[in-house]
Design a protein around this ligand. Structure first.
Ligand code: AKG
Ligand code: FE2
Length: 329
């Protein structure tokens, strides 16, 4: 085992079939072990496309509150939730319901409320007023997630040998969206053709995922789907598509999906970190050389966003970055 793998294993990550789930102790980013932890983060991004974090500075109360609020929202009567259903991709808040995929003959059961959260003042009045705790819980949660996000972006930038603020500058404190996800209990006879979410990557720089203790989240690791067991008080950090581009394909975006079960509903909250529409995305110049030509040409986040919707319509979300490949790739 590589020395860095033993360090990661020693930090308490859970075993998975061909290795373990990398677990990073964020508290140590503040101490004399920072460079080791940065290296562990780089290793996890490069070889696993995700890692878990502990000692991240978000209180257990804060985590329980946002999960509780999410649970309460999805318990609301149908008409109350349906107010947020829309086909307009430019709406800053949108409710997604379960749907049948006729081509794959699968029922995708996830319900999700997805909305912009930053800056709060611009959006808070659009958030659901029910349950009454929602606005306060979301605000508190997103404030602490933003802090964690910044610490992670700094460490990830350093792990690539870039200036500490490289990714934060691209993000420019701009976009933040959360998705409150609800996976209903599945009837036994429907289990074979029901999924929570199908395999996909996230259109983000990174995604910060909080899951409750119900299993179902799976990631692709060494060509195999493995379960990411719930470890209390941790978050799952995913490499997203934009980090794949910026890192010039050193870090690959995480393929993940969600299965459902017949006993318990599942709740998760994903926080998406992405830049403003006019931001130019491309491989960091420091990561391009004769041996590593730029895999993608530069593009704006707006162009990527448009491509993302086109890919959804064409059922080709796994190909959405292909349009941006450079001629040398
Ligand atoms: O519910 C989960 O654990 C994952 C959700 C997800 O993949 C997403 O919101 O992009
Ligand atoms: Fe996702």
């Amino acid at each position: 085992m590589l020395a860095i793998e033993s360090q990661l294993a020693a930090s308490g990550g859970a075993e998975i079939s061909d290795g373990f789930i990398p677990l990073i102790d964020m508290k140590q980013l503040q101490g004399s072990h920072r460079s080791e932890i940065v290296q562990q983060i780089g290793h996890a991004c490069q070889h696993y496309s995700f890692f878990l974090v502990k000692n991240h500075g978000i209180s257990e109360t804060n985590m329980n509150n946002i999960l509780g609020t999410t649970r309460e929202f999805f318990k609301l009567p149908e008409p109350e939730k349906m107010k947020f259903c829309t086909n307009d991709p430019n709406k800053s808040i949108k409710l997604f319901m379960g749907f049948k995929d006729e081509i794959q003959n699968l029922f995708i059961s996830r319900e999700a409320l997805r909305f912009s959260t930053y800056p709060f003042e611009d959006y808070v009045n659009e958030w659901p007023a029910n349950p009454p705790s929602l606005r306060k819980d979301v605000m508190e949660y997103c404030t602490s997630v933003k802090r964690m996000e910044l610490a992670l972006l700094e460490a990830i930038s350093e792990s690539l040998g870039l200036e500490k603020d490289y990714l934060a500058k691209i993000l420019c404190n701009h976009g933040q969206k959360i998705s409150m996800n609800y996976y209903p209990v599945c009837q036994e006879q429907d289990l074979g053709f029901t999924r929570g979410v199908r395999p996909h990557t996230d259109p983000t720089i990174i995604t910060i995922l909080l899951q409750d203790n119900v299993p179902g989240f799976k990631v692709l690791n060494n060509g195999k789907w493995v379960d990411v067991a719930h470890i209390p008080n941790t978050f799952v950090i995913h490499v997203g598509d934009l980090l794949q581009v910026i890192s010039n394909y050193r870090y690959k975006s995480l393929h993940h999906q969600v299965y459902v079960n017949c006993e318990k509903q599942r709740i998760s909250v994903a926080s998406y970190c992405y830049p403003s529409p006019d931001t130019s995305i491309g491989a960091a110049k420091e990561l391009i050389d004769d041996e590593h030509p730029a895999i993608y040409r530069d593009f704006t986040y707006a162009a990527f966003y448009e491509e993302m919707w086109r890919a959804v319509v064409q059922h080709a979300t796994d190909k959405r970055l292909d349009t941006f490949k450079s001629s040398v790739a």
